[in-house]
Design a protein around this ligand. Structure first.
Ligand SMILES: Nc1ncnc2c1ncn2[C@@H]1O[C@H](COP(=O)(O)OP(=O)(O)OP(=O)(O)O)[C@@H](O)[C@H]1O
Length: 254
């Protein structure tokens, strides 16, 4: 689904070779400044590629038009939507209508929005103005907006979800709720890549982890293998160990 070869972006990020299969959920981890956002922005098609190639579904990213990319992948940057003077419902409708230009599809847009609002329990927020929301509320609405954009009823070609620290402002309840939604999308065959600082979430949910350090790919594989005590000590300078609670792996300071 994603194939990277000899990639250089912003003279900082260098990846010799990386292949990510469809239907994976991959946490991009690494210290501050490691290149996580840079990699996601490059995959989203927003950064010029200085050298090498990113292939998405077999075709070079350079060969996709902006419109084609918009239907195939969704991109959630950090701090999305802060300055928009729209209600939550208006924002979601605007997004839905981008994929359903015919007026006859308006009832479908409303159905998709209703389903997403219900799935994320956003009913108390739909009439509120985006500018008046808290950081966490705004992040939940940004996720709802992404879910509308990738709903297969409106956007049947959709394949890839890219998220930059989507849980940074969410309390534990909403973190797990959003991960559950992403796991449902993965089950449908969507590929999900997310920059993540909370290493425990990656381990707990047995994601694959792509570990970056100083703009280089350090390791890619199952979280339990990649986030070993030795690797964590080397990269982050912290002493952590994996333990098992009720059959789930977790990281604890040791
Ligand atoms: N627009 C930019 N122009 C030039 N350099 C940039 C730009 N944005 C980021 N950088 C630099 O590129 C490097 C990688 O930044 P990036 O934001 O990708 O890291 P990150 O792993 O997402 O970090 P964090 O965990 O702090 O969010 C950093 O050294 C950063 O200072």
């Amino acid at each position: 689904m994603i194939n990277i070869a000899s990639l250089q972006v912003r003279s900082y990020l260098h990846i010799d070779k990386l292949d990510i299969d469809a239907g994976k959920m991959v946490a991009i981890c690494g210290p501050n400044g490691a290149g996580k956002s840079t990699l996601l922005e490059a995959l989203a098609g927003y950064l010029p590629i200085q050298q090498g190639v990113i292939r998405f579904a077999g075709e070079s990213l350079r060969d996709y038009s902006v419109a084609e990319l918009a239907t195939k992948r969704s991109w959630l940057p950090q701090q999305a939507g802060r300055r928009v003077y729209l209600s939550v419902f208006e924002q979601l409708l605007l997004t839905a209508e981008q994929f359903a230009p015919s007026h006859r599809q308006s009832p479908l847009c409303r159905q998709v929005i209703d389903d997403v609002v219900q799935r994320l329990a956003l009913q108390p927020l739909v009439g509120r103005t985006l500018m008046a929301l808290s950081g966490g509320e705004l992040q939940r609405v940004a996720m709802a907006n992404l879910l509308v954009s990738c709903d297969h009823r409106l956007n049947p070609d959709h394949q890839l979800i890219l998220l930059d620290e989507p849980f940074s402002a969410l309390d534990p309840h909403y973190q797990h709720q959003v991960i559950a939604v992403l796991l449902e999308l993965k089950k449908q065959g969507r590929t999900v890549l997310l920059a993540l600082h909370d290493l425990n979430l990656a381990v707990f949910y047995a994601m694959d982890v792509l570990l970056l350090d100083q703009g280089r790919l350090k390791m890619y594989g199952p979280a339990q293998q990649v986030l070993s005590s030795q690797q964590l000590a080397e990269l982050f300078g912290v002493s952590m160990t994996q333990i098992s609670i009720n059959g789930r792996t977790q990281l604890v300071l040791a």
